[in-house]
Design a protein around this ligand. Sequence first.
Ligand code: ATP
Ligand code: LTN
Length: 334
Amino acid sequence: MENEKKKTVFSGIQPSGNLTIGNYLGALRNFSQFTDEYDCLYCVVDQHAITVRQDPAELRRRTYEVLALYIACGLDPEKSILYVQSHVPAHAQLGWVLDCFTMFGELSRMTQFKDKSQKNADNINAGLFTYPVLMAADILLYQADLVPVGEDQKQHIEITRDIANRFNQVYGPTFTVPEPFIKSGSGAKVQSLAEPEKKMSKSDPNENAVVRVLDDKDTMIRKFRRAVTDSGSEVRRADDKPGIGNLMTIYSCFTGKTDEQIEAEFAGKGYGDFKTAVGEACAAELGPIQEKYKKLLADKAYLESVMKNNSARAAYLARKTLSKVYRKIGFTSV
Ligand code: ATP
Ligand code: LTN
């Protein structure tokens, strides 16, 4: 058992905005639990981010920020590979090959493509359409076994599996077929505070709809207090109370309490007290992360050394898969 090869975990977050507690609870918070037993790669997927127009200076700044947050949340760059997608050319190279193994029809059915085309009607570019193929390349390049993501990414993991199976059927075993890791029921689906039927999204233009990982405590409490809820006053999960249900999910994630415990805690107290408590619980967990983050961000040279060393480690692994793929499809090498 000792020298049995460890399984691999891969995940990525786009530097397309300041991260929300949706990104944190659905993805980031779960990343560190794998680092002892798996070989882990966590990527800042800047190439995915440009499927929506980005300001260059902001994209650059956010790339450092997401990397610093990875580390502040407990990921160790000596142990896990923390790197930036565009620093490893093999992602785009495998992406092209996999484009030729992905059907127009299956990409047309992707709900994220439909959503984002609606939100960015003036820029429905080909990258937005082939986004899932680049994501499949990210995962398959490292022969990942497990991909921790939020519920919204399930369909993208399914298409990754389909692409891998299709390629393996034609050329023989080449790619590991990955499984999603979605923490069902607890933070895998955090909804918008303004429209609780929509997911909380870091690129939402309505700042009151999202709580950011880096918001200060007062801002967090203010945003939770403004969250849209129904006209009742009872803290209870019910189909006609999506706003309160969402806040209960968030509170439960930060405190570990069950719905019954939350209902008992706020019996007879009303929404105001509950919302403040959600803000306080959120700030209590994120405060120490913010402190670490600030120190890391001030040390750009350190972050750059992490980027450099880790992209070399990732590139080495990626190159192995890419060479195998090139050989199998009949590309020449000299
Ligand atoms: P954008 O608004 O730019 O599309 P996003 O907020 O959806 O971004 P991504 O970078 O696409 O964030 O996602 C990073 C990770 O966070 C993914 O694993 C995704 O599933 C997870 N995630 C994003 N939003 C939520 C949410 N509201 N609830 C739970 N998980 C989420
Ligand atoms: N598509 C993801 C981000 C992403 C990703 C990945 C996640 C890009 N490549 C590989 C897991 C594995 C998103 O939009 N949240």
